[in-house]
Write a protein that binds this ligand. Sequence first.
Ligand SMILES: *Cc1c(COP(=O)(O)O)cnc(C)c1O
Length: 398
Amino acid sequence: MTIHSFNPPPRTLMGPGPADVHPRVLAALARPTIGHLDPAFVAMMDELKTLLRATFRTQNALTMPVSAPGSAGMEMCFLNLVEPGDEVVVCVNGVFGGRMRENVERAGGKPIVVQGTWGRAVDPDQVESALGQHPRARILAFVHAETSTGASSDAKALAAIARRHDCLTIVDTVTSLGGSPVEVDAWGLDAVYSGSQKCLSCTPGLAPVTFSERALEKVRARTTKVRSWFLDLNLVMGYWSGEQKRTYHHTAPVNALYALHESLVMLAEEGLEQTWKRHRHHHLALRAGLEALGLELIVPEAERLAQLNSVSVPTGIDEAVLRARLLQRYNLEIGAGLGDLAGKIWRIGLMGYSSRPANILLCLGAFATELEAMGHHGDAGAALAAARAVLDQGFDAP
Ligand SMILES: *Cc1c(COP(=O)(O)O)cnc(C)c1O
C-alpha cells in the first residue's frame, strides 16, 4: 500500500474546539521557518506577548504562550503554584474542574473540592464557606467557562472572595478568552491559562498563560523544585522574558507561533469588545433557531456561555446518529456530551471564526432536516427565519 499526502475533508467546526481557523491564520503557518533565536523571530515573540497582554487585559510581565496545548497551561499553573502539602480549594462543576483536582493531587497538594452541579455556574456561597472552613488554603482554582457543560462562572466575584481569604487564584480561561470578557487585572486573577484553538481560532497546540506578581512571589518562595523540567516557570522565564540574554530552553514551535500572532492581530483588528458582542449576538441567533425547533439549552440563561451551547437531546432521538449524519452529509462537526451528560446533550460551539452567520444557518438547517427525518418535528424554515430575525437586528440591539 502506498501512503499519499493527507488532505483533510473540508469540515465546518462547531464543536467544543478546535474552531474553524481563518485562511489568514493558515497562510501564516505556511511562511518560511526561521531560527527560534533569530532576531526577527525574537521581535515577533515580543509582539506576541504584547498582543496576549491586550487579550488577557493585563500588564503582567510574564505573559506568553506555552509550547503545548491548553492542558499544559493548566499543568504549568498547578505545578508551579502548588507545593507538596498545600491545600487548594478546587471548584468542580464539569470535566475540566475534575482535571484541576487531579492536577492538585499530582503536584502533591491536598484538593478541597467544592462540588458544583453540571450545567450550572460555580456557587460563590459554597466557595466562601469552603475557604472559611479551610483557613490554611492559599489557592482557589476554578474554570471560568466550563466547555463540558456550557456554564459560565462569575470569575470577578470568585476572585474577590479568594482575595478576602488571602488566596491566589488559578483560572481556566481556555474557552472564555476571546469569546467573552476576561479581565485579568481588573478582576485580580493570578495564574491564568488558555488555549489557542477555541475562541482565538488558531490551530491547536499552544497555551497562552499569564502570571501576576503575587503568583510569581509564591513560585519564587518555593522550598522544593517544580516537578517538571519543561514547565518550570523559572526556566521558561529565561527564554521568554530574558530581553538581552534569551537562552535556549526548547525549540519554539516557530510556525505555530506565526499563526497565533496572526490570529491575535485579527482579534485586535476586530476589537476585543466587538468580538465579545459578536459571540453574544450569534449565540442569541442560534438560540432563537433552536427554540423554534423545540430544543432546549440546559444551562439557565444567566449562566450561559455564548460560545458553547449545550442542547438537550429530545427523547427518542439517538444523539450519535444525528451527529454522524451532520458530519457525513453537511461536513459539520458538533460535540457530544461528556461524563454525566454523555448521551443527553449536544454541544454546539460558536467560537472565534466559527461564530458567523453562515455557520449558524447551516447548523440550524441541518438540525431541522435531520431531526425531521428521525421523527422529531423540525420546521427548517421557521428555525432559519427565527435566527435570521435576530441576525438582522445587528450587534448593538438590547
Ligand atoms: C479544551 C479545554 C482544555 C484543554 O485544552 P487542550 O488544548 O485540549 O489541552 C482545558 N480547559 C477547558 C475549559 C477547555 O475547554
